[in-house]
Structures are given as structure tokens and as C-alpha cells.
Write a protein that binds this ligand. Structure first.
Ligand code: FAD
Ligand code: UQ1
Length: 445
């Protein structure tokens, strides 16, 4: 490992000569991995974190020196899917072509990364291409595992079941809501880390509101079956949510993990995590599934992963713990904070700074505080805006009590955030609300 560090330093001391020009260097990329393509900055994944970082790197090193590996033709603003599942937005408003969000001049490599070889500074794609790099930014997101629930994903071909977590199934949530007649409406939370940990219950509050609006509420028994021991991880917001759950007559079962869906019979099987071996079967008239999630396979099988399979980076600087020319952002990382686009925004500003420093062979100085945010949609016109840091302490932008349901925050979530995403975050111009927080709180205690 010492030789890798040595290499990075040499490359930094002699930027005009390109990467590692001595025989002593272990990762002279072009000879080591026979790559035909080489980039100063290679970004893996063209989702929220990948596009954001490619825009920032373009400003740093020039568009021609940056490439993004991303197989999908479409880029989605996933936070909108909560509202799509509830019929408040159309799925088409969440989509843009990958070509249109790729910063101009940046090379889009339309392939899937199949292997990462950080000892040789090179990756291999599914079409056999080898690409070498000087700096690698890993932004591969996470993988959904519907197949870990018995009966899925094939159960999605039946009605009454949907999932806001995939573009293929989010429309089925709205259909199930509209088709609901009488019975149990069940919402689940798996026994794994998830992205946007509030989303599994946001759709429950929206469903409750929809049933009330359409006169179906007296015929609906609304149930939230979560693997978690709590309703939400931060007490301030959990207290507000428990209040809502009580006043709206919603039933919460903690430590209930979905293990099987019998979609032909409209039955869902849960294991009780506190009583090993015990299962319970619920009939449903509507089922919203939040699938188990995990790190991407390609990452899990690489040297870049920690023991859990997530990208092993320093929680302050976002630099890989063993490979100093590798960095990470977003859902694929092992940062101990809640996985959201809001977190990606805050991380992008820090990572930008860290990479600048490393490129100049200086010590990174700015630290990521774990900032993340979850706009908890509690009806068709209210949101509780949860914002917090690594310590689980609220880190609120606005000088008001954000644990209260507010119409202004719904407007921010539904109408303002999409613009901030497409025109601010993805252009590398929005690094989270941190700088504005101080101004907002001026004069406050
Ligand atoms: P992604 O944006 O998922 O991007 C990963 C990219 O990697 C994808 O484009 C994928 O195609 C690509 N990829 C995967 N494998 C490979 C491979 N082998 N080779 C090359 N490319 C690959 N966040 C909020 O801040 N607020 C919210 O209200 C909110 N609500 C949400 C609601 C829902 C229903 C969902 C699903 C998410 C929500 N999020 C929310 C979370 C947010 O969308 C994610 O945290 C964010 O998109 C993470 O960005 P990322 O770049 O890490 O991953
Ligand atoms: C945010 O920065 C962000 O990324 C663009 C989101 O993702 C969609 C969010 O949901 C939120 C809440 C933030 C934080 C921004 C403000 C103004 C509080």
C-alpha cells in the first residue's frame, strides 16, 4: 500500500508528465491494464452523485479529462417517486435523458462497470473495455433486492401491490391506491439499510390522505410493518410522527420483516425479528413494498469494499481508506449517515474540496458533518423537514421548528427541490444548505 501512496505523490509532483512515469511505480496504468482509454478523472455511475461530481470535475480539470461510466439512457429524480406513487406527479416529470444531464464535453461511456482494479488504476466494463484513470470517483448507488423476498419480483404482475423504489413499479402503487375497496393497506420497511429511510412511511401518510379524500378511509385498516425498532431514527422527528400515527389511527408494528408475498392470494408473510422463527401472515387489499437493499455486486466483490460490501471511505474527507486516488459519494459508500440526495449535495461540496487539495498534494481540510435531509411528506400539502448530522442531532436550515407539519415545506419538496436538483445539484452548483443555515439563523439563539 505504501507504494500506491508514493505513486500518487509522484504523479502529483509531476503533473505535466502524466501519471507515474517511473519504473518503481506500481500502477503505471496504461501498461498495467492495457487500457486504450485514459482519463484524469473517471466517475463510475451517472446518477445524482456521479453527474454532480462530473460537473465539478469538469471545472477543475477540463471536460476532455473527465469520463462517466453509466449504462442507463435515463436519469431519474428519484425523490419525486413518493409523489408519483400517490398520483400527485407523473413519472415522466422525474425523467431526463442521461445525454441531457451529462456536462457538455464530458465523455459518457455507455457501459456497465464489471470489475474494478484499484492496484492497476483501471476498470473493465461489460463490453470488455479497459479504462485507466488518475483519480476515481465511485458513485454507483445501491442495489435493490426484490428477489430476496419470496414471491417477488414475479408477484408484481398481480394487482394490489406496488413499490415506489423502482420506476417499473411506482405506477402500480398509484393503481393499487385507486383500486382500493376495503381491507388492509400494508406498508413495509426491510431489514437492511435503505435510501431515503422516510420514504417507506411517506407513502402511508399519503395513502391515508387519499383514502380520506375519496371517502374510503373508514374501510381501510392502515398498517406499517417495519423491521426497525423505531419509527424514525431522530427523536425530535420520531415524536412528531408518533403523534401523527396516533391521531390518524395508523397501526405500527415494529420489528416485522417482510419475507414472502403470495400475490395470487393477496397475502404477505412477515417474520417477527424479536421472536426468531415466528412468522405472521397478513391479508392485504393493498401492499407497498420497500425492498431489501445492498451495495452493488461489482463493488462488493472489489478491493474497494469494506466487510459489508460498501465503499470504504473516510467519513470526514470522503477519500478511500486504502487507495488515496479513489473517492466516493452517495448511496454506495459506508458513510454512517442516512442515504439521500440531500446528503449527496453536502458531500459533493466537501469532495470537491478534498480532490482539489489531493491534486495539489495538500492535506484535505474541510470535513463532512454527515448532513442529510428527509422531507417527510405527511399529506398532499404538508411536510416535516427532517435534517440531521452524523450524531443524529437536528441540523435545521430554517429558523422555525421543522418537526411541525408545514405547507411551505411541502411546496419546497414538490415544486422547489426538483429545480434545485436539475439546475443546481447536477450542474455542480448546489452543495447543500450549509452556507445558508448560518445566515438563516442570524440573530437566533
Ligand atoms: P443513484 O442516483 O441511484 O445513481 C447510481 C447510478 O449508478 C445509477 O445511474 C446506475 O445506473 C449507476 N450504476 C449502477 N451500477 C453500475 C455499474 N455497474 N456501472 C456503471 N454504472 C452503474 N433523497 C432525498 O434527498 N430526498 C428525498 O425526498 C428522497 N426521496 C426518495 C424517495 C424514493 C422513493 C427513492 C427511491 C429515493 C429517494 N431519495 C431521496 C434518495 C436519493 O434518490 C438517492 O439517495 C440518490 O439518488 C443517491 O445518489 P447516488 O448517485 O448515490 O445513486
Ligand atoms: C437538498 O439539498 C436536496 O438535494 C438537492 C434534496 O434532495 C432532493 C432534498 O430533499 C433536500 C431537503 C435538500 C436540502 C435543501 C434545503 C433547502 C433544506
Amino acid at each position: 500500500m505504501a507504494s500506491s501512496v508514493f505513486c500518487v505523490r509522484r504523479a502529483l509532483w509531476q503533473p505535466s508528465l502524466g501519471l507515474c512515469n517511473t519504473e518503481a511505480c506500481h500502477f503505471h496504468a496504461s501498461s498495467a491494464c492495457r487500457a486504450k482509454e485514459h482519463y484524469k478523472a473517471l466517475v463510475l455511475g451517472g446518477g445524482s452523485g456521479g453527474i454532480t461530481m462530473s460537473a465539478r470535475l469538469k471545472r477543475k480539470v477540463g471536460a476532455e479529462n473527465v469520463a462517466v461510466v453509466e449504462p442507463s439512457e435515463s436519469h431519474y429524480y428519484q425523490p419525486l417517486w413518493t409523489l408519483v406513487g400517490a398520483g400527485a406527479k407523473s413519472v415522466s416529470t422525474s425523467r431526463r435523458s442521461t445525454a441531457s444531464v451529462m456536462p457538455s464535453g464530458v465523455k459518457w461511456i455507455k457501459s456497465r462497470v464489471q470489475e474494478m482494479n484499484p492496484d492497476k488504476n483501471c476498470v473493465r466494463t461489460d463490453d470488455g473495455k479497459e479504462i485507466s484513470y488518475e483519480y476515481l470517483i465511485v458513485a454507483l448507488g445501491l442495489q435493490l433486492h426484490y428477489e430476496k423476498i419470496k414471491g417477488l419480483p414475479e408477484g408484481f404482475k398481480y394487482p394490489k401491490i406496488g413499490s415506489n423504489y423502482s420506476v417499473d413499479t411506482v405506477g402500480k402503487t398509484w393503481k393499487a391506491l385507486q383500486d382500493f375497496r376495503e381491507g388492509n393497506a400494508i406498508f413495509t420497511f426491510p431489514n437492511t439499510p435503505v435510501k431515503c429511510a422516510g420514504a417507506p412511511q411517506k407513502i402511508m401518510y399519503l395513502s391515508d390522505a387519499y383514502f380520506r379524500k375519496t371517502g374510503k378511509r373508514p374501510k381501510a385498516n392502515i398498517i406499517y410493518n417495519t423491521s426497525q425498532p423505531v419509527l424514525f431514527g431522530v427523536k425530535k422527528y420520531a415524536d412528531s410522527l408518533w403523534n401523527i400515527v396516533k391521531t390518524r389511527d395508523l397501526n405500527v408494528n415494529l420489528r416485522h420483516n417482510l419475507i414472502e408475498v403470495r400475490a395470487d392470494r393477496q397475502e404477505a408473510v412477515f417474520e417477527k425479528l424479536d421472536n426468531p422463527g415466528e412468522t405472521v401472515v397478513f391479508e392485504y387489499e393493498m401492499l407497498h413494498v420497500t425492498p431489501p437493499m445492498g451495495p452493488p455486486d461489482v463493488l462488493k466483490s472489489s478491493k474497494l469494499a469494506d466487510e459489508g460490501g460498501w465503499l470504504d471511505i473516510d467519513k470526514d474527507m470522503l477519500q478511500h481508506k486504502k487507495y488515496p486516488n479513489v473517492f466516493g459519494i452517495g448511496d454506495c459508500t459506508n458513510l454512517p449517515t442516512s442515504k439521500t440526495a440531500a446528503a449527496v449535495a453536502a458531500q459533493s461540496a466537501i469532495l470537491d474540496r478534498t480532490i482539489s487539495k489531493v491534486m495539489k498534494n495538500e492535506k484535505p481540510d474541510k470535513k463532512y458533518d454527515g448532513y442529510t435531509s428527509c422531507p417527510l411528506v405527511t399529506s398532499y400539502n404538508t411536510v416535516i423537514l427532517a435534517e440531521f448530522d452524523y450524531t443524529g442531532q437536528p441540523l435545521e436550515t430554517f429558523p422555525i421548528d421543522q418537526s411541525k407539519e408545514r405547507r411551505t415545506m411541502y411546496h419546497m419538496k414538490a415544486d422547489v427541490m426538483p429545480h434545485l436538483y436539475w439546475h443546481g445539484l447536477l450542474k455542480g452548483l448546489w452543495g447543500g444548505p450549509g452556507p445558508y443555515r448560518k445566515i438563516m439563523h442570524l440573530g437566533m439563539k
